[in-house]
Design a protein around this ligand. Structure first.
Ligand code: GSH
Length: 237
């Protein structure tokens, strides 16, 4: 650990219980053994102190020595610069390629959001196909980067893994919802499934959310008023 971070008395992660971007930062902090406090807020009722800290009104915010950092990728890169072990490749070209796949992970998060708010069954099916195409692209990328795995770039857990732990966690709940199995999201994608399992088993990924995450996500999805919510209502009724 560098002297800079060792001197930091406290890191505070301003969080929302379900936010995948918050999870990225929690994972990096855990991987680096940096103690931190969480301050969890309700994004539906943003407190004034939070709006004052977060220029875009979004979680995560990491408070470091009285200064606030926002944007998860920026926070993760900062932590990678100041604390070991490094989660990026040393080679600048490879590092840039990993950053590109981190950005790809943010696009997948947007597609997941579009999936769970899809207003009708046709839109739900279309969004499911988009998700599947992204997973097929990942299967190909793993063929290039991962070798025998288990992580994105092989044996070492890195920043692309940090991003995809929270992506795959959504499906621990979504895969159990009515009819999702029939969408065939994961069919014929052995490398992706292997990677997903390795990330789910990683301690830093597991501790990034609270014990009530799955229940909270189910309630959140059910309250969207979407095609997926209606499927959940039908089964619960
Ligand atoms: N690009 C941002 C995205 C963060 C983000 O979208 N956070 C969501 C919660 S997961 C949020 O705070 N939404 C509240 C809002 O947009 O008003 C990052 O990587 O930190």
């Amino acid at each position: 650990m560098s002297a800079e971070v060792a001197a930091v008395p406290a890191l505070t992660l301003v969080s929302h219980a379900l936010c995948p971007y918050v999870q990225r930062v929690a994972i990096v902090l855990h991987e680096k053994g940096l103690p931190f406090e969480r301050r969890t807020i309700d994004l539906a009722r943003k407190p004034d102190w939070f709006v004052a800290l977060s220029p875009l009104g979004k979680t995560p915010v990491l408070q470091v020595r009285g200064q606030s950092l926002f944007e998860s990728a920026v926070i993760c890169e900062y932590l990678d610069e100041v604390a070991m072990p490094t989660l990026h490749p040393q080679d600048p070209l490879q590092r840039a390629r990993h950053r590109a796949w981190m950005e790809f992970g943010s696009t997948v998060l947007n597609t997941i959001g579009a999936f769970y708010v899809a207003p009708d069954e046709a839109a739900l099916q279309a969004r499911a196909q988009e998700l599947r195409s992204r997973f097929v692209q990942l299967e190909d990328a793993l063929g290039e980067f991962s070798g025998p795995g288990p992580y994105f770039a092989g044996l070492d857990f890195g920043m692309v893994d940090v991003v995809f732990g929270p992506v795959f966690r959504y499906f621990d709940v979504i895969d159990t919802l009515p009819g999702v199995d029939d969408l065939g999201l994961w069919q014929g994608l052995p490398r992706v499934l292997h990677w997903r399992a390795a990330l789910a088993a990683r301690a830093s990924v597991q501790q990034a959310v609270g014990a009530d995450y799955a229940e909270g996500l189910r309630a959140f999805l059910r309250a969207r008023g979407s095609a997926l919510s209606r499927r959940m209502d039908t089964v619960a009724a």
